[in-house]
Design a protein around this ligand. Structure first.
Ligand SMILES: *Cc1c(COP(=O)(O)O)cnc(C)c1O
Length: 334
């Protein structure tokens, strides 16, 4: 099957599985797993932070970070479209007693500074205490403008707010903008990075930040049920991904561009945006369900909505993109 629904669908190949089999392990709740320690240190160093912490999921990594930054009755400023706010079950509020203050994202994914300024509450018992600005990069595949990131994080820090980056796909942003990871993480107090997206590992995220922040997140990880034991087998997959799956993200970006260009040739389809490994396109409403079924019969998995998202990854080749585009063309000319 050609699966364009998400970059989370990749499966570990033989070389990654072999690396997992070879992993030296220990009980990570005791801090005894050398492979986990190696992964945490390596990601922290690459991101220019003091320490790292391995999590089973990005949702838990983001939540532990929010809980390390904010206490009960505190507030974090976040985009309406941000994963932490929209797609994590309201965890900050549900489990962290943290009030989200969502703001509309601009078209480029940023949160305009004047909206942030207006949302910061005065110190007054009527208000939640505004503690944190959370951004996401990439967001909807788009790379946040670097000048904006520098300005927004400075703006937040000047007002006493901490800053968190949901960098689930920050490696896509780094490769897509031809910059070292550090250039995209330097301005933030904490960054959460997913290994189960474009990097192709089966499981895992790493949170990086100061030693004090990571110590606090370590406690919350335990509380949230994320303390794992011989998790070196999973960390080994992430280390393998760092060695072999970072630079190749450029192939995914090229394939997304190829997909966007292919769809753009079809009159019935309107390509809304394409950036890094994602393409968003609109299809006539009445065609969505039949087209999805048509594609599935031809071995192509999509989630056809009025505004559909297509994601390229490790297990999608340029030839697969052509197969997909040809199948969409065939549907509209049938
Ligand atoms: C996938 C994702 C996460 C975390 O998701 P998990 O499935 O919990 O690992 C967080 N933020 C963004 C932007 C994501 O795409």
């Amino acid at each position: 099957m050609i699966d364009l629904r998400s970059d989370t669908v990749t499966r570990p190949g033989p070389a990654m599985l072999a690396a997992m089999t070879r992993a030296e392990t220990g009980d990570d709740v005791w801090g005894d797993d050398p492979t986990v320690l190696r992964l945490q240190a390596r990601v922290a160093e690459q991101a220019g932070k003091e320490a790292g912490l391995f999590f089973p999921s990005g949702t838990q990594s983001n939540l532990a970070a929010l809980m390390a930054h904010c206490g009960r009755g505190d507030e974090y400023i976040v985009g309406q479209l941000a994963h932490t706010y929209k797609y994590e079950g309201g965890g900050a509020a549900v489990l962290g007693s943290i009030q989200p203050q969502p703001l509309d994202n601009a078209a480029d994914g940023s949160l305009p500074l004047e909206r942030i300024a207006a949302a910061i509450k005065p110190i007054d018992d009527h208000f939640a205490r505004t503690r944190l600005l959370a951004l996401e990069n990439t967001i909807g595949g788009k790379i946040l403008p670097p000048a904006y990131v520098a300005e927004a994080t400075q703006f937040a820090h000047d007002r006493g707010l901490a800053t968190h980056l949901d960098g689930a796909r920050v490696f896509n942003a780094a490769v897509g903008s031809n910059q070292p990871l550090q250039a995209l993480t330097a301005d933030f107090d904490s960054v959460s990075i997913c290994f189960s997206k474009g990097l192709g590992a089966p499981v895992g995220s790493v949170l990086v930040g100061s030693r004090a922040l990571i110590e606090s997140a370590h406690r919350w990880r335990k509380v949230l049920g994320g303390g794992m034991r011989q998790s070196g087998v999973l960390a080994a997959a992430c280390l393998y991904a760092l060695d072999h799956h970072v630079e190749r993200l450029a192939d995914d970006h090229a394939n997304a561009a190829r997909l966007a260009a292919g769809l753009a040739q079809i009159d019935e389809v309107k390509v809304m945006s394409h950036a890094t490994n994602m393409v968003f396109a609109q299809f006539p409403q009445a065609d969505c369900a039949p087209l999805e079924a048509w594609l599935k019969e031809r071995g192509i998995l999509t989630q056809m909505l009025y505004a559909s998202r297509f994601v390229t990854h490790l297990d999608v080749s340029a030839a697969d993109i052509d197969t997909f585009v040809d199948a969409v063309k065939a549907y509209f000319t049938r």
